[in-house]
Write a protein that binds this ligand. Structure first.
Ligand code: ZN
Length: 374
């Protein structure tokens, strides 16, 4: 008990940084005689100018290298912006998440963690401060919620992305937005998000003006549906994680981008090439571990199953390898020397006539050796 008391006493002696003093003041102000319910209701309203919030930076989705600040309040993008300061240094967000929370770059997030570590080492607390400031310009509703306004923004990814960000903010302040179909591929929904649009049928539009547009109101649709998949349109600063090229508006128009599991943006073609070459290399390593002379290989795309087969012409006949989510499938073709599949009777894996699933690269090599020797 004595030790705990001492620890507490030590903490009390610690000097308070300006950030902590302000944070304590913030808590006191927030609790100053206001019933909790009333406070909750207030949060849903558009935030007041110069509102201040204090939050730590948390890892953002994906690989967690980016940071995010989860805010209580949301500012109308057209009228306000956030100023984020950490120990007096301004951190400018690289973008905003689906909920309008500021996203912090990898470098700034690492810098923040270092500052936090050093502050804690001195017994201080570092709390980022977020102020809601007035924007010097004002975005008119038409710019992000009318056919012509959005159409005008389709000339560049930067402009289009601005429209999307403004729509998200507007939605967060409680405005129900009009819905649009963009590039006959996306639904710009009333909640400010973007969803995949499927099976779009335009009404008979005979005006030249309408035919030249890439933005339509949903009222101009005979039919459309959505699989509910949200689309994260790349930022003009984003680069393809494989080829390194920046994205532009044509990538959006042709839907030639996608996201990896780690939430990196990539060109669909680049991702396909990347996956194919990585798999092809792995398949070659498996075969080369069993057969000498680097048997010639061929990649055959199976569009029914959307996978590649890697075929190898060995001196015993053709072997196919493909990679499924969890297993490596091996198939011995008809021209492969005869052998009895009974050699695999002790293997507790999926088997079929001249085919087997392996749980690992080592298992795959092991099965190929068994068939080679059989
Ligand atoms: Zn690319």
């Amino acid at each position: 008990m004595a030790e705990i008391k001492n620890a507490n006493a030590k903490q009390e002696e610690r000097p308070l940084t300006q950030g902590v003093k302000e944070y304590i003041q913030f808590l006191e102000d927030a609790n100053a005689g206001k019933p909790v319910e009333e406070e909750k209701k207030e949060k849903k309203k558009e935030v007041e100018l110069n509102t201040v919030e204090y939050h730590s930076i948390k890892p953002f989705r994906g690989n967690g290298k980016l940071g995010v600040i989860v805010l209580d309040n949301f500012a109308h993008a057209g009228k306000m912006f956030f100023k984020i300061t950490i120990a007096g240094k301004e951190f400018i967000p690289i973008g905003y998440d689906t909920f309008g929370n500021p996203v912090i770059s990898e470098e700034n997030f690492a810098y923040y963690r270092a500052m936090k570590y050093l502050a804690e080492r001195k017994g201080e607390t570092l709390v980022p401060k977020i102020e809601f400031k007035k924007k010097v310009f004002c975005v008119k509703t038409e710019a992000y919620d009318s056919i012509q306004g959005i159409q005008n923004a389709t000339t560049s990814l930067k402009k289009f992305k601005e429209v999307l960000i403004n729509r998200k903010y507007a939605a967060r302040t409680g405005i129900t937005l009009n819905e649009f179909i963009a590039f006959e591929k996306y639904i710009l929904a009333s909640d400010g998000r973007v969803y995949e649009a499927n099976n779009i049928i335009l009404k008979d539009i005979d005006s030249k003006e309408a035919a030249a547009r890439s933005i339509y109101s949903v009222d101009e649709m005979e039919y459309y549906e959505s699989n509910g998949n949200e689309v994260h349109i790349p930022d003009e600063k984003d680069v393809c994680a494989v080829c390194g090229k920046s994205f532009d508006i044509s990538d959006v128009a042709f839907a030639s981008f996608t996201e990896t599991k780690e939430a990196s943006k990539v060109h669909k073609n680049c991702l396909c090439d990347f996956v194919r070459d990585m798999e092809h290399q792995k398949a070659c390593e498996i075969i080369d571990a069993v057969y000498d002379g680097r048997p010639s290989s061929e990649v055959v795309y199976d569009d029914e199953q959307d996978v590649n087969w890697y075929l190898f012409k060995t001196n015993q006949g053709t072997i196919g390898i493909r990679f499924k989510t969890k297993v490596i499938e091996i198939k011995w073709f008809d021209n492969f020397k005869p052998f009895n599949m009974k050699i695999f009777d002790n293997e507790r894996v999926t088997k079929y006539d001249r085919g087997i699933h392996a749980w690992s690269k080592d298992d795959a090599i092991h099965y190929l050796v068994m068939a080679k020797k059989a």
